[in-house]
Design a protein around this ligand. Structure first.
Ligand code: ADP
Ligand code: MG
Length: 697
């Protein structure tokens, strides 16, 4: 199929397909359930299932799967065929309403943070009609939520859907206060810009570290990296262009609106941005995008690296989460309007976001915490681990005017009065962009720049939706009780700005001085995952999630365990990979090389005392020192790995992983990287940084 518009969504059981294939009344019911969180009856599900199966079979499907997102961060699927024997040796293709609505995968092999032990091993998947089913590789994929037998969330989708409901409920209350009677639902929207690296398969296959951990654990600096800034937005190489073309087409078929593609800052680094959609669909689509990137890269003889920091000293990869709130009537609630009333409503939502980010800095930081992202946050290419909101100079001037009851300098002489004064127009183009902020207002949405490239965007959006819902709830409680709405509104906004202005920062977030300034303001700077995670269970956070019915305390404790476990596991796998590489490949290669050089030097020296063998001598000497230090550090690392097995407390274990295991890994790397610069290229057992970064030509 060459026609892009025909291609788009061709494998999706979309609203248009449903409208064409379902009886009108059934279609209406499904739409109601999609947009208004209404449950479907089993009778309706049966009708939908049959239509879905017939459509899928026409698209070449023989199997169906309940597609879900366990806490591993990747998606899970188990295929079942539609085949039902008729008893006379023949078979028909069948798919029941029950099979559509509910599945029962074996939950015991997925992380559950102890929920399994406390309750039951069984879990089930429940159809999520708000994200469309699709056909891929002969399988009908049904997006589902994954919960334990007793209803506890075991995945990333369940709390995301709950958080959307919380936001919908509170945002509607605010809209009604402003006289909006038309809007029937409010949805958070997200657009996730995805960064990634492409390396040739031939180099990838020879790097155990990339295979086992997704990042390079060793590697000396190459002669050329990203210094010349000659890659960013540069011409796309034909091989990469061919990959991007196929990727776009495959994503379009699945209804993912892949929109923008370009080269990124580092050599071999690229980015893809889709058009935004509701956060639930955006999260599903981002998972599909990552999976497709991996699969399609292989078809082109390449490997796609989604790790946050595949190469030390080279920019890492992030995933900017652009977020806003929209009504079903098409209004973007973070878009400043034209009238004073519209502006007042915009300010309420803006204030809710400011307050949410200020009060739940810890949760936002935790939503992007991982061993991989720890390498990236605070390095050259990413915001620090400190949360702050960039609002731009104009909006900051407005906030100042409100806070101090002064006139807005860019406008008239009267003090700025919420609901009466008009806001200036904010530029939406890129001229006014601050790219160093962790959370930036970009004219009609916020861009959260901390998420890492491999992470699901669900976590960040669960926190954003819930925290903003909570602030809107408090605002609505106060405004609904007010006698004089306009006066109360003005006071509410002024107070909120005053109390939360410390989170606003328009300067350079990459500058060292900001770290000091942030500390003075009392903002959190949770540098590493083990430092951040314990904040998750703070009383205010439990109240937030419980109060908004997004996560129970039991679910939170389970999630906390899983996050801690995940960090420790990642570090331990990296450490074991390092030890293996050092012992099996690096030390033997360097030792052999040193022996050869020594032999050559001895042979040369035998020819006469006047022959200079100083190069050989110096190399052999330094390599001998380094191999001894490497072997020592490797022993220390193995000891630490062994010790870690006896640590029972998850906090203690992740701290030990960072302070002891990771510290030893860093030391080990220094010795190995120096050896790489001394030993001959032929003896080195792995492709170098230069070979990897410039492998796709
Ligand atoms: P930049 O690289 O300058 O940050 P991009 O155009 O690459 O900008 O990405 C912007 C992203 O923001 C896109 O995914 C876009 O669809 C998304 N976006 C735009 N408007 C909204 C909105 N209202 N809600 C959520 N995301 C949005
Ligand atoms: Mg961006």
């Amino acid at each position: 199929m060459s026609n892009t518009t025909e291609l788009f969504g061709s494998m999706v059981f979309s609203e248009a397909v449903m409208q064409a294939r379902l009886p009108h009344a059934t279609y209406k019911e499904v739409i109601r359930s999609i947009h208004h969180d209404k449950r479907l009856t089993p009778e309706i599900a049966t009708v939908v299932a049959t239509a879905m199966k017939n459509w899928a079979v026409e698209k070449g499907a023989t199997h169906f799967t309940h597609w879900f997102q366990p806490m591993t961060g990747v998606t899970a699927e188990k295929h079942d065929s539609f085949i039902h024997p008729t008893g006379d040796g023949r078979a028909i293709m069948e798919f029941s309403g029950k099979e559509l609505i509910q599945g029962e995968p074996d939950a015991s092999s997925f992380p559950s943070g102890g929920l399994r032990a406390t309750f039951e091993a069984r879990g089930y998947t429940a159809w999520d009609p708000t994200s469309y089913a699709f056909v891929k590789d002969g399988v009908l994929y049904i997006p589902t939520a994954f919960v334990s037998y007793t209803g506890e969330a075991l995945d990333k989708k369940t709390p995301l859907l709950r958080s959307m409901q919380a936001l919908n409920k509170q945002a509607l209350r605010i809209l009604r206060l402003f006289g909006d009677t038309e809007t029937t639902s409010v949805r958070a929207t997200a657009g996730a810009e995805q960064e990634y690296f492409l390396v040739d398969k031939s180099v990838y296959d020879r790097r155990k570290d990339l295979i086992y951990t997704g990042r390079t654990l060793f590697g000396a600096r190459p002669p050329k990296g990203q210094e010349l800034d000659d890659h960013y937005f540069g011409a796309i190489k034909p091989r990469v262009a061919a990959f991007m073309k196929e990727l776009n087409e495959e994503l379009w078929k699945l209804g993912v609106v892949a929109k923008t593609e370009h080269n990124e800052v580092a050599p071999a680094q690229h980015e893809l941005a889709p058009l935004f959609s509701t956060v639930n669909i955006a999260a599903d689509h981002n998972q599909l995008t990552m999976e497709m990137m991996r699969t399609i890269a292989k078809r082109h003889g390449m490997e796609c690296l989604l790790h946050e920091k595949p190469f030390a000293g080279v920019n890492g990869s992030g995933k900017h989460n652009n977020w806003s709130v929209a009504t079903d009537t098409g209004e973007n609630l973070l878009e400043p309007g034209d009238t004073p009333a519209e502006n007042a409503q915009f300010l309420v939502f803006l204030c809710a976001v400011l307050k949410a980010v200020n009060e739940y800095q810890d949760l936002l930081r935790i939503s992007v915490a991982s061993a991989g992202n720890d390498h990236r946050l605070g390095a050259n290419e990413a915001p620090p681990a400190i949360l702050s909101v960039y609002v731009g100079d104009e909006l900051e001037a407005v906030l100042n005017a409100i806070m101090h009851d002064e006139s807005y300098s860019g406008g008239g002489k009267e003090p700025f009065k919420v609901g009466v004064s008009v806001l200036p127009r904010f530029p939406k183009d890129t001229t006014d962009r601050n790219r160093t902020s962790s959370f930036a207002f970009t004219g009609n949405k916020f861009e959260f720049r901390m998420p890492g490239s491999s992470q699901s965007i669900s976590e960040a959006n669960i926190v954003l939706n819930t925290a903003v819902a909570e602030e809107l709830r408090r605002f609505a409680d106060r405004l609904e009780a007010a006698d004089d709405f306009d006066a109360e509104l003005h006071d509410l906004i002024r107070e909120t700005v005053k109390e939360n202005i410390r989170i606003v920062f328009n300067g350079n977030g990459y500058d060292e001085s900001w770290v000091k300034e942030a500390e003075k303001r009392g903002l959190l700077n949770l540098r590493t995952t083990p430092e951040a995670l314990p904040h998750y269970l703070a009383e205010k956070n439990i109240q937030l999630f419980e109060g908004n019915k997004v996560l129970s305390e039991v679910e939170m404790r389970a999630r906390y365990e899983m996050m801690q476990e995940n960090y420790a596991k990642t570090i331990r796998i990296e450490a074991m990979t390092m030890s293996d590489m050092v012992r099996k490949d690096i030390l033997p290669a360097v030792s052999l090389y040193g022996g050869k050089v020594a032999k050559a030097a001895a042979a040369k020296a035998a020819l006469g005392a006047d022959i200079d063998v100083s190069y050989e001598k110096a190399s052999v000497k330094r390599l001998a020192e380094l191999t001894a230090m490497t072997a020592g550090a490797a022993d220390e690392l193995d000891d630490a790995i062994a010790q870690s097995a006896d640590i029972a407390s998850c906090e203690e274990l992740s701290n030990f992983c960072r302070d002891k295991i990771f510290a030893t890994m860093s030391e080990l790397r220094i010795y190995v990287d120096e050896m790489e610069t001394i030993a001959g290229a032929k003896c080195w057992p792995y492709p170098t940084y230069g070979e990897m970064l410039f492998s796709v030509r």
